[in-house]
Design a protein. Sequence first.
Length: 158
Amino acid sequence: MIKILVVSDIHYPDRISDLPDLSLYMKDVDAVFALGDFTSFDVVEYLNSFKKIVYAVHGNMDAPFVKSHLRDKMTLNIENVSLALTHGSGGPHGIEERVKNVFNRNFDAYIFGHTHQPMSKYIDGVLFFNPGSLAIQTPSLGILYVEKENIWGEIVYV
């Protein structure tokens, strides 16, 4: 089984003054999905410091330097599960369709952030997963599990 830590919308240092301590969550994960709105490249360097594979996309609030080093979307395949990663846009209503429309084909799972609202739900057998934000009053992150062509996730409130 592959275990993936999913974080988004950390907003350091514009909304939080200290980077969140993610060391506990990094111990037994195989990779990290980081979905933008870091605002500072320090967050990307912090995530890379754990020596895990980090798949990162930028968000709408990221500094130009961050955007110049990260893509706005990416796709990958893990255990025969096709994954689409992007930050997201617009309000929470209808975000699933907007995220899906960023890509030119269908995927088994769409992993995104932006709304700061955690989500782990299936629509027609497709997972839509948002870890929430680490920069809000009730901070959250996500854990994805991929095994034998299956994917599921959980939201963790920190």
